[in-house]
Design a protein around this ligand. Structure first.
Ligand SMILES: CC(=O)SCCNC(=O)CCNC(=O)[C@H](O)C(C)(C)COP(=O)(O)OP(=O)(O)OC[C@H]1O[C@@H](n2cnc3c(N)ncnc32)[C@H](O)[C@@H]1OP(=O)(O)O
Length: 395
């Protein structure tokens, strides 16, 4: 017996919902000005309501995501998950997740993704870490002289930026698995960055990259220079020359003590561009958490490497209709009957889906049960992906 109902929130409940989620994340409630700038995909803000008050929320906007092999498939981009502090641990998020997956299926979205505030929340609902990103800090770095120079950069003001970037992002394209479309539901959230600097790179074929960064003063009693920290929050490039050009620009900005870059692809070239690679320190963090909401559809959407087939058994306690055996072959993936060679939970399947983690690594870690030892190397080849997956879009 629960004392709450989960449902699609009505438009007049959205500000209460937005206030709840901001406060759940220890942020302030939206001001009138902030609220006026927010838009939401219709009927995708879900809530738990108790005694007439919104006590839990989750939202999704429809997007699409590139999967290995180049297909781009409908995807639920999940955010704004929060339960009021006095209503936690009584199953509200669990029921919201159940409703959200049903809603995703109704919209034909076989994949759901999110960025997690904590790693302890989402595995139980079948999400696994599917892409990773580099977080870098460059302290007083300089570019190696031989880095090729081609093209130029220009600074945009806020109005120019919002006119230019949507088209430029589309032109750059979803060229890695894990990259997602940024439609009309994403671009209004660009306002999350206060006073951003926006720089566009132009190469021989036109605009081909952009970087968005903010700055924070670093000066203090021990550091009286007017140094700033540049915080790169969004950076995309169509080609290496654009990446080089934007790093050339960033490293050349005056009054900068350090550059922090969030969420770069793990194969970013920054260390290779620097005269002293040790000026660049960083770590790799979990980026996109993925839920295969409709496992047969999601498995059929991606391509596979060249190896003899493997039968896997998927166990999905939260959405049992996904549980079953699947034949994975270089020609595709379908439901089959028969003995599995590998057995895994659906969150582990999400981890190997974009090729960021190898099945053998999960087997070594005890997360994939191996029935047929010969199948592990074949599964590695089938799920491998030449390009390193990366999303690169915060939401
Ligand atoms: C994509 C995003 O928006 S990320 C932002 C996520 N939101 C936040 O971090 C805001 C602060 N946290 C919250 O609002 C809440 O704690 C939530 C939303 C994470 C969880 O909501 P709840 O309604 O308490 O979750 P619910 O009661 O359904 O919990 C289900 C299970 O998950 C566990 N669980 C839930 N949250 C956590 C957590 N943060 N850490 C560890 N375990 C958790 C519960 O203990 C429970 O386990 P059980 O089934 O073994 O009993």
């Amino acid at each position: 017996m629960t004392d709450f109902d989960v449902r699609v929130l009505a438009p007049d409940q959205l500000r209460e919902a937005q206030t709840l989620v901001r406060r759940a994340l220890f942020n302030t409630a939206p001001t009138d000005e902030e609220w006026a700038g927010l838009t939401f995909a219709p009927d995708r803000y879900l809530g738990a309501v108790s005694d007439g008050s919104v006590v839990g929320t989750t939202y999704t906007f429809p997007s699409s995501i590139a999967v290995p092999g180049g297909n781009v498939v409908p995807m639920s981009a999940v955010s704004r998950v929060g339960v009021r502090a006095d209503h936690r641990r009584r199953g509200i998020l669990t029921e919201l997740m159940r409703l959200q997956f049903a809603d995703a299926r109704q919209h034909g979205e076989s994949i759901a993704t999110l960025h997690a505030s904590e790693t302890s929340i989402y595995s139980r609902f079948g999400y696994g870490i599917s892409t990773f990103a580099s977080e870098l800090t460059v302290r007083r770095g300089s570019l190696r002289p031989e880095v090729p120079k081609a093209g130029h950069v220009r600074l945009l003001d806020a109005d120019e930026a919002i006119k230019t970037l949507p088209g430029l992002y589309e032109r750059i394209g979803l060229h890695r698995p894990g990259m997602m479309s940024r439609g009309a539901d994403w671009w209004p959230t660009f306002g999350r960055w206060k006073n951003p600097w926006v720089v566009v790179h132009t190469g021989p074929a036109g605009d081909d990259g952009f970087v968005v960064y903010t700055n924070e003063p670093m000066a203090n009693a021990d550091n009286p220079d007017h140094d700033n920290r540049l915080v790169v929050v969004d950076m995309h490039a169509a080609n290496p020359a654009a990446t080089n050009g934007m790093w050339r620009y960033l490293l050349g900005v005056d009054l900068v003590g350090e550059i922090q870059a969030h969420s770069l692809p793990t194969d970013n070239p920054v260390g290779l561009l620097l005269a002293d690679p040790r000026k660049c320190r960083g770590n790799v963090a979990d980026e996109l958490w993925v839920r295969l909401v409709d496992v047969p559809d999601a498995l059929a959407a991606r391509s596979y490497g060249d190896a003899d087939p493997v039968v896997i058994q998927v166990e999905d306690r939260f959405l049992p209709e996904n549980s079953g055996t699947y034949g994975i072959a270089s020609s595709g993936a379908v439901r089959v009957t028969g003995q599995p060679a590998l057995v895994m939970d659906v969150d582990s399947l999400a981890m190997i889906y974009f090729g960021s983690v190898r099945p053998s690594a999960l087997a070594d870690a005890g997360r994939v049960r191996v029935v047929d030892a010969d199948s592990v190397a074949r599964a590695d080849k089938l799920f491998a992906c030449e390009q390193i997956a990366w999303c690169g879009t915060p939401f």
